[in-house]
Design a protein around this ligand. Sequence first.
Ligand SMILES: Cc1cc2nc3c(=O)[nH]c(=O)nc-3n(C[C@H](O)[C@H](O)[C@H](O)COP(=O)(O)OP(=O)(O)OC[C@H]3O[C@@H](n4cnc5c(N)ncnc54)[C@H](O)[C@@H]3O)c2cc1C
Length: 510
Amino acid sequence: MLHDVVIAGAGPVGLFLACELRLADLSVLVLEQNEDSQSPLRRLPFGLRGLSVPTAEAFYRRGLLDEIASSQPAKEGPGRGAQAAAHWMQQPRRPGGHFAGIQFFHDNIDASKWPYRLPNPAGSGLAVTMEHLEAVLAAHAHAMGVEIRRGLGVEGFDQSGEDVSIRAGASTFRGRWLVGCDGGRSIVRKAGGFEFAGTDPEFTGYSVDVEMADPDRLNPGRHYTPAGMYTYSPPGTIAMVDFDGGAFHRTQSVTLDHVQTVLRRVTGIDVALTALKLAATWTDRAYQATAYRKGRVLLAGDAAHIHSPLGGQGLNLGLGDAMNLGWKLAATIRGSAPDGLLDSYFEERHPVGARILDWSRAQVAIMRPTASTRALEAIIRDLMETRDGATYFAERVWGVSLRYDLGDSHPLAGRSAPDFELGGGTRLAQLLRTGKGIFLDFDARPHWRALLSRWSDRISYVGGDADDRLGLSALLVRPDGVVAWASETGQDPEEASTALGRWFGRPSEA
Ligand SMILES: Cc1cc2nc3c(=O)[nH]c(=O)nc-3n(C[C@H](O)[C@H](O)[C@H](O)COP(=O)(O)OP(=O)(O)OC[C@H]3O[C@@H](n4cnc5c(N)ncnc54)[C@H](O)[C@@H]3O)c2cc1C
């Protein structure tokens, strides 16, 4: 059987992309190497993920936000991972975020710097467990008709001008397109000969779940020490970084003795471990594919870029790839895509990835256990306490500053569309659930309705005023919620036609 798209990897990015492609009614097969839908590591509190504003908005625009937000960690089951997550969530804290553990706070942010943001349920993001997120996405994919086959790891592929043959287990599968969402060690990336360029690690990071004879010796929270950094979440979850040049990661197995030695060195505290229940290591290796597409093979998520999990941006970056790629690949397969639409996936997402990799590198730089780094940290801390500083860091951490360079000077072009409230209380996000583009005509002008009728199979025209139209007369929103074109006057049909053709292709014959 020939599928429109075969996706390698049923992680969050592969699952979300599969849902996006099903919105356009394409046939999608997901091949996942693991038999189980959940690895034990994903159930730990370090399976807790912060979802940025663009990610929360993407889920909101597909009607998934409530379900994803419904299981906040504090409400999860009785396991130790859930206990630690609950402990973290229940701590009284001034709302905010952090950069390398240095905090900024909501009440110090100047939101007037974001004039085009209207309040919406995505807020400033949220935290969920990987376990819950993947369960919601898998159930949604299943309900939409995505075929997910587990226990089948992709081993290699051959592509022709027409399709891709994918080898997994003893079988061969065929897809018009293959997307590698198979994580940081992506076989698709390696087999496809994608160049992966970047910087090598400075440390080995550890995420462990332990039992301790004397847990009260460690203070909960994040701490910088003369030997590295550690974060302790009671009763026994610890993340720590050891500046060993990344030497330990994947070269040796993680034993209780080793974790105890590193923990004592990093914390400077004589802690005694009695059991090592789960352990994972990672590094600050920061690499990115120099192309996201070769012929009929594409990359998304960790397969396309890796960096340290400090600062928690990788999942958001990958889900942003999926939201950006889904409708473009669907239009390409359906034959309606204008020239260059699929290439714009790389053109828009590669710079976003590069910026995140640099953001993660900057955080590593401020964690080095040296006196000069501590001095730099003090300066960053001072800057973050200022209103402008807090606003800058919030923009970057929450993803509010995300803007694609579409070559259009309107300040909204390339940004996430404001969640306009339209007549009858309908919000823009609800209209986006179908996966079609949206043309909002606040002045309900006949010339726009006539123009848009020629794209009615790809774009929904909505005429009528909004509760707060932010000074606009009309705007064109892409299926991924990004503003493609906006106008204050509503008197520029030529510009609008250019934008319509650029993002949605030729109009239907009259
Ligand atoms: C400790 C830690 C904390 C983190 N915290 C955050 C955070 O707070 N916020 C954030 O945004 N990000 C965070 N991240 C990063 C985030 O988890 C990843 O970026 C995200 O999981 C990437 O999703 P993905 O779907 O691209 O890849 P993965 O989640 O790695 O999924 C890839 C899937 O592909 C499967 N697979 C692999 N090879 C094959 C193959 N050959 N064939 C078929 N299937 C295959 C795997 O089994 C897996 O199911 C953190 C990471 C770590 C390690």
